[in-house]
Design a binder for this molecule. Structure first.
Ligand code: GCU
Length: 346
């Protein structure tokens, strides 16, 4: 009997312990579930492919925000333009459909004229010059401009230099570009620039450029090596002329109506994460751009590098844009230019 009692007690003890373990596990799971139920689920629009640096930057941003808000804010990055063209995304952000996006400055500036200054052709001497501008007081000031258009600027991403590429013939001189139909973004400044070079601008959304080149609706387009490769434009336009006519940085933006829902503490987190993700994107950019060029060259692309003399002709051809912008935004242009020669002065 005594032995029976002892084994009965053991069974009770075992059951009690199992119940306690179960209770703890239940509590733990409850806590965990509580922690991962987000208070906000936001959409983030991106028109590049999933492995493109800007998309990876967006994913990093979403992950950092998730971590630092303990799952309270969840950001869903929708790549490959599934949420619409950049123009449509901007419209939807203003009217409540999309919360965040990474957008080419050219598209944002098309609604905010004073932002065009940051993307004038041949404005920056090189990438370092552009980053001195964007990482400093000027870049910070320009991040606030979209507020007048119900958008909040968060950070600047890299997009390298843009070059002209053609399907119908190689562009070796400024003369060669005369009269060609060149696809541009939905941006008046980009149209003006292509007109100044002597070609005819045709506005087409990014996702339709491949088809337009293939059907010979346009003779060519212009973009950085990374986009040229990622969108496989090299398959249908194999003459790539490195004229580096423009650097158009990318912007990470948030819709004002979304921003206004957030507490001050969450806004600080979002801004911090956006800026950190931008540094990450900028690191990825360099490597992606290099391999994109290699892939294009392995696929029978002819790379045409302009001589300094020929490049000067391109630079002179776009001067009328400066005459126009100088009248209103001369001070900004002068400030940007002043940051250009720092290295040489040392
Ligand atoms: C770049 C930019 C895109 C933009 C595209 C364009 O590739 O990253 O966001 O849409 O230029 O030329 O339209």
């Amino acid at each position: 009997m005594g032995t029976g009692n002892r084994s009965g007690k053991k069974v009770y003890l075992f059951l009690a312990m199992a119940a306690a373990v179960g209770l703890c596990a239940g509590l733990f799971l409850f806590q965990q579930t509580k922690a991962v139920v987000p208070k906000y689920v936001f959409t983030y629009a991106e028109n590049q492919t999933k492995d493109y640096p800007t998309t990876m930057g967006g994913m990093k941003f979403a992950a950092l925000v998730g971590e630092r808000t303990q799952g309270r804010i969840r950001i869903l990055v929708q790549a490959e333009g599934v949420l619409g063209s950049e123009t449509e995304v901007i419209r939807q952000m203003r009217y409540g459909g999309i919360d965040f996006a990474r957008i080419s400055l050219a598209q944002v500036a098309d609604h905010i004229p004073e932002m065009n200054v940051l993307q004038l052709p041949y404005l920056y001497e090189d990438a370092d010059h552009m980053w001195r501008v964007l990482d400093g007081e000027i870049g910070e000031r320009f991040l606030h401009y979209p507020e007048q258009y119900d958008l909040i600027g968060l950070s600047w991403y890299d997009a390298g230099a843009r070059n002209i590429y053609c399907s119908t013939k190689p562009v070796r001189t400024l003369e060669d570009i005369k009269g060609l139909n060149i696809r541009v973004q939905e941006s008046d400044t980009m149209s003006e620039m292509i007109t100044a070079l002597g070609a005819v601008p045709v506005k087409i959304p990014y996702d339709q450029v491949y088809a337009a080149l293939e059907r010979r609706q346009v003779d060519g387009a212009e973009n950085n090596w990374s986009s040229y490769e990622a969108m496989q434009h090299y398959e249908v336009a194999r003459y790539y002329t490195v004229d580096e006519h423009i650097r158009i940085p990318e912007m990470q933006i948030c819709a004002k109506h979304t921003w206004e829902q957030l507490s001050e503490e969450d806004r600080v987190i979002i801004l911090e994460c956006a800026k950190e993700s931008a540094l990450y994107e900028r690191r990825l950019w360099k490597e992606y751009e290099r391999t994109a060029r290699e892939t294009a060259l392995e696929n029978q692309v002819e790379e045409i590098v302009l001589s300094a003399q020929e490049k000067k002709k391109f630079q002179d051809a776009v001067k009328p844009l400066y005459e126009r912008y100088d009248a209103e935004y001369g001070e900004d242009i002068a400030q940007i230019r002043a940051l250009g020669n720092l290295n040489k002065k040392e």
